[in-house]
Write a protein that binds this ligand. Structure first.
Ligand code: OAD
Length: 254
């Protein structure tokens, strides 16, 4: 059965020039990376305050460092899934395409997406909280392995942290401004694999819709957005997105 079967939606997709995609943890679930909320989500078993805040890192550096190293190793072993790959294909169709992600796993880039607006940082990168010096994950591991208590420090003595956004921290101004700008100019906005509960990322689909975009959601479960979307494509991103891309190509060509 076709997933694009609503005449209004098809006509708006046909005329769309600017498409924006927002992804969340759900798109990487099929790559073996756990989501945060819902069944088996990380935050159902662990406390964000104890692991994903600057206070936690500062007061309990070894535990937080170990947890991020563990997550990074899972990510390093993971591969993009058909959902990530379909978005690379999708990026070639409209005149303007922007991809915004809340994910820190770099899987969109691994799949071949060149320009990704990473709102919450990237777990592969680290920096010193004192002097700002940047470290690759390889260099970080080298220091980690040579440090007795596994608390990696910079040459200047500062602690080295992952380049991710923790609770209570601001997002990169440049990234969020760009994300707002492309969202309010979108003709079509796809919200994929996100529970849309964490602002400011969760505001983007709403701003897009308010400014006239067709809003499409890809998610196996209902979210706080589902009631306002124009089309809910219910299912896993790895299953839905390749079909969406094929059908969207046909819509554009015919
Ligand atoms: P969540 O864990 O809150 O939501 C994941 C969403 O993905 C849920 O709505 C699931 O139903 C959906 N999902 C699960 N499997 C899927 C699949 N195969 N295909 C499509 N969707 C699927 O993750 P996010 O919304 O990304 O922030 O969470 C937002 C932020 O909260 C994260 O970036 C992180 C977290 O705390 C920080 O760490 C700053």
């Amino acid at each position: 059965m076709e997933i694009l079967n609503n005449k209004k939606v098809i006509s708006r997709l046909k005329n769309a020039k600017r498409m924006v995609v927002l992804t969340g943890a759900g798109i990487s679930a099929e790559s073996g990376i756990p989501t945060f909320r819902g069944e088996n989500g990380l935050w159902t078993k662990l406390s964000p305050n104890e692991l994903a805040s600057f206070e936690a890192f500062y007061n309990n550096t070894a535990v937080v460092t170990e947890w991020y190293k563990h997550r990074r190793e899972i990510i390093e072993d993971s591969k993009p899934n058909p959902g990530h790959c379909a978005l690379v294909e999708l990026s070639k169709i409209p005149e303007v395409f922007n991809l915004i992600t809340q994910n820190i796993d770099g899987l969109h880039q691994k799949a071949g997406c060149e320009d990704v607006i990473e709102l919450h940082g990237n777990i592969m990168e680290c920096y010193c909280i004192k002097c700002g010096k940047r470290y690759t994950s390889e260099k970080f591991d080298e220091i980690y392995n040579n440090t007795l208590k596994h608390i990696p420090k910079c040459d200047c003595g500062g602690l080295i942290r992952p380049d991710v956004v923790w609770f209570g921290e601001p997002l990169s101004r440049e990234n969020i401004e760009r994300a707002y700008q492309v969202s309010i100019n979108a003709d079509v906005f796809l919200s994929i694999g996100t529970s849309a509960q964490v602002a400011p990322a969760s505001d983007l689909p709403r701003y897009a819709k308010r400014n006239g975009a067709l809003l499409i959601e890809v998610n196996p479960n209902r979210t706080v957005l589902t009631d306002i979307v124009d089309l809910w494509l219910k299912g896993d991103a790895g299953d839905i997105l390749p079909k969406f891309v094929e059908e969207y190509k046909n819509v554009k060509e015919n």
